[in-house]
Design a protein around this ligand. Sequence first.
Ligand SMILES: [Zn+2]
Length: 218
Amino acid sequence: MKPFRIVLSLILALLFISADIALQTVEAQTQTGKVVGVSDGDTVTILVDKTQVRVRLYGIDAPEGGQDFGRRAKEFASQMVFGKIVTMEVMDIDRYGMTVANILVDGKSLNEELVKAGYAWVYPQYCKIPVCKEWYQYEAEARVQKIGLWSHPNPIPPWDFRRGKHRVSTGIYHGNTRSMVFHQSTCEHFNCKNCTEVFQRREDALKAGYRPCGGCRP
Ligand SMILES: [Zn+2]
């Protein structure tokens, strides 16, 4: 049994080492591929060597689909890269296994152009390379010019939106017609079997006799 154990641990050690090497090469990699999908302003799918790679744009955050300018941000990204051959500078693989990259097309950075056009925020928590300083500058300029999402007096950063901080002004609510509890869109119960009553505003749900869910706290 002993030799077998030694071999097994050797194999395991090798596996770990190669996984480590793979990750390191990925981090330094530049890849070229064709953009075959744009999910939203900051997420695209790139075909690299017959493999579809879902890529999140590094250092920025575009409005979500359900947010103001979410659709415009997606359109902007589509116009710039959809169907085109792009170069991605892979910066990271996130904890969900998603590739995080700078996307370059026709000598421009999609990440940067989104910020310039007012369709994305610089993501303070994640933008950590020298160029981020320039991106903050572009964001400030877009803000002053009131272009894109900055035409709104008080735009909600997507990272707040996802946390459901600004529930009152955004999204819709689903009421459970049996339990008379209502949920916001971030809730796991949002689309439950009896959650068929739809409210545009929190007040409407309350007026109709629904109680806020204790989990998602709409
Ligand atoms: Zn809920």
